[in-house]
Write a protein that binds this ligand. Sequence first.
Ligand code: AMP
Ligand code: MG
Length: 347
Amino acid sequence: MNTQVLPPTKEALELASELLRNGQLVAFPTETVYGLGANALDEAAVRGIFSAKGRPADNPLIVHVSDAASAEALCQLTPDARKLMAAFCPGPLTLLLPKKNCILPVVNAGLPSVAIRIPNHPVAQALLHASRLPIAAPSANVSGRPSPTTAAHVRYDLHGRIPLILDGGTCQVGLESTVLDMTTNPPNLLRPGGISPEMLLTVLPEVRVVDSVLRPMQEGEKPLSPGMMYRHYAPEAKLILVKGQPGHVCNRCEALYREATEQGVSVRILVFEEHLPLYGEHPHLVPLGSLGNLEAVAQLLFSLLRQMDEDGAQLLLCEVPEPKGIGLAILNRLCRAASFCMEDADQ
Ligand code: AMP
Ligand code: MG
């Protein structure tokens, strides 16, 4: 199959809508990451998403709609869900809500809830309006790889497998949406993202961040969200996270670097700008961005991990942010990409 990459002109949006109506897949930009969309009401089309990505069938999809009124056709909107939508939607927030009958089991893995999101991106909104369809869309990458934040990333992973990629430039948030389960009391935050727990608490009296956000699933543990079971967001290179006081982190990274380099391993050290001077003149430092602008770190993170693979790096040693604000989402993605391999440099 030939994969076209087109700028989001009126003609391209019409073509995309026609493809969706005909049961085909279209990759499109959102403010979080690129999505791989299908008509959420077409079972065969939705199955196509799972095969194009190699995604396990028990990992449910997010359904994208243009506004709260369209969401209401698919799920029951609780009063708190309405308040959250008024505050943060369109935006990088996915709500799990009781599903209505029209939700196909292939979309939500047969669960009682469905994941609903209203994306805040002009191209995603234009596609929802032009097609007049709810669009089921996970990230437009091969399952397990870092999510795509540019059309080039999508093309790299999925060319030949889908007919069209709408190119809307680089995604602004760069990490997937916050997933909040509204079917529990208090609501459970299953995946941190662009809408932080601190932001949610300006609207809700209580939010529970499930502790598996920052720790591996234990054997036999039933995941609250099926997607939590899988290794995710991962580069080809082995990733080791190093936490602790900056001076200690620098010493530990340099020791690990020397050890691996002596064995012929190609290593990179991913360091926040503020800590670069600690390392002096070092040949393999990669700036992660500034601790003072973690939004920019989030935006570039997946792109950076993909770049490391292209450069042939085999081992990545990476500093970590505090789990506050968007830092929680960055740390969650790093933990999963590293399969929770974290060294404490203070010990
Ligand atoms: P993705 O589409 O790859 O960004 O992932 C969506 C995330 O939401 C995955 O972790 C899913 O497991 C999770 N999810 C979607 N729908 C549900 C649901 N009904 N119940 C629990 N988790 C869900
Ligand atoms: Mg994904």
